[in-house]
Design a protein around this ligand. Structure first.
Ligand code: AOS
Ligand code: ZN
Ligand code: ZN
Length: 392
């Protein structure tokens, strides 16, 4: 039997040490489906408490040093205070997510709307998000648009692409030289006939015209069933346009379940392409979670998620690249597949637990959280937790 320490080489552990996964603030709030939002005891009452909870995940795993915010859900009187609170808790404020999907004015579009006044309102919202970024020190503005139409003939799809490009240009021009715009795509929902940014090609076509600091955000739950997502990862890395991931997993639609829960092998294949494309060590790729914990404990759900990403990254780093390449070049189909599968089937959990302990972290972060007393404390202290506002 292999001893844990022999499974992961020092070189692989050195790679794993660099791993950083950004947590979404909204994962800590109550969320649900359009049928029901279940309240959970101890849910944060404000963005400060969301940051405190996110910091627990980082404290126990050393994997989650930053937290993404959502505007307006995370609006506070002083972002300087929120930033200081985050720093005091050992985390940074990360990506700022805009919201143009909860306002009556945007019923028929925001950045694509026929009415210039409504487009300007949506552009101004993004300007306000950039003001927040300046206060928080955030690098990325992430834009996901709920825009599209439900019936053929309802909307001028081509005109909407032109207006979208014009709006994005205005937002992009407002960014500082260090800031970036990442445009997320989603093939359907809430619009069901056409969506204005449905796929990576459209996101790419839009951001390519803006400039170097405009990139694509790939949410793993935003593809049709059967889509080869790792191919898209490869292509965007090849084109230098993969700005960020929204990790989660899905069984049916945009389920926003724990990453790696539905299809660990898919997560492995995606991370293999990240490593193959130099994305893992590349600071230009932000690894974020975009999840909701509707029925499970939220902090434990986030700990499970970052551990899942770490485990699949370790397995992907285990692929014997030389043996794989040799088998590929010689056309040995089954040998190549065997190299791939050998890495995927290697249980890295004992080795990771041992490595964690050697770094002063708990071998089992889930158990350590349960033993920490934090959950009991927040349940006693916090009454009337906030709703995250969205179940996406
Ligand atoms: C929506 O489906 C997208 O995944 C968004 O990235 C996200 O869930 C929402 O904008 C919260 O910021
Ligand atoms: Zn997303
Ligand atoms: Zn989504």
């Amino acid at each position: 039997m292999t001893t844990p320490s022999s499974v992961l080489s020092d070189e692989i552990l050195g790679q794993l040490e660099k791993q950083a996964i950004e947590l979404p603030s909204w994962a800590f709030g109550n969320s649900g489906t359009r049928f029901k939002v279940f309240a959970t005891a101890g849910t944060p009452r404000d963005p400060f408490e969301k940051i405190s909870d996110a910091a627990q995940v980082n404290r126990l795993t050393a994997l989650a040093p930053s937290v993404a915010l959502h505007i307006p859900w995370d609006l506070v009187d002083s972002f300087d205070d929120l930033r200081k609170h985050a720093e005091d808790n050992g985390v940074a404020l990360g990506t700022i997510n805009s919201n143009t999907f909860q306002d009556d004015d945007y019923k028929f579009g925001a950045l694509t709307h026929e009415d210039a006044a409504i487009r300007q309102k949506a552009i101004d919202h993004h300007f306000a998000c950039i003001d927040v970024m300046n206060a928080t020190g955030s690098r990325d503005l992430k834009i996901w648009l709920a825009e599209g139409s439900n019936y053929p003939g309802q909307a001028d799809m081509r005109g909407r692409q032109d207006r979208l490009n014009d709006s994005l240009q205005k937002i992009y021009e407002r960014l500082s030289g260090e800031q970036r715009l990442v445009l997320e795509y989603k093939f359907f929902e809430p619009a069901f006939y056409h969506t204005d940014v449905p796929d990576w090609g459209t996101s790419y076509a839009q951001v390519a015209t803006l400039g170097e600091r405009a990139m694509v955000c790939l949410d793993t739950g935003h593809h049709a069933p059967g889509t080869n997502i790792e191919f898209i990862v490869m292509q965007l890395l090849r084109l230098g346009k993969l700005g960020s991931f929204d990790f989660n997993s899905r069984f049916y639609a945009d389920d926003d379940l724990i990453v790696g829960a539905a299809d660990p092998f898919q997560l492995f294949r995606i991370l293999f392409e990240v490593i193959r494309g130099g994305g893992y060590a590349n600071p230009d790729v932000a690894f974020m979670l975009d999840q909701c914990h509707n029925v499970e404990n939220k902090i434990l759900g986030q700990i499970r998620s970052v551990l899942n990403v770490q485990e699949m990254t370790a397995r992907a780093l285990l692929v014997d690249q030389d043996a794989l390449r040799a088998a590929q070049v010689s056309g040995d189909v089954l040998a190549a597949n065997a190299v791939f599968m050998d890495a995927f089937y290697t249980d890295v959990r004992p080795a990771l637990a041992q490595w964690r302990e050697s770094r002063g972290l708990p071998a089992d972060p889930m158990a350590a959280y349960l033993a920490s007393g934090y959950q009991e404390r927040i349940e006693a202290e916090r009454v009337g937790g906030v709703q995250a506002g969205w179940g996406a």
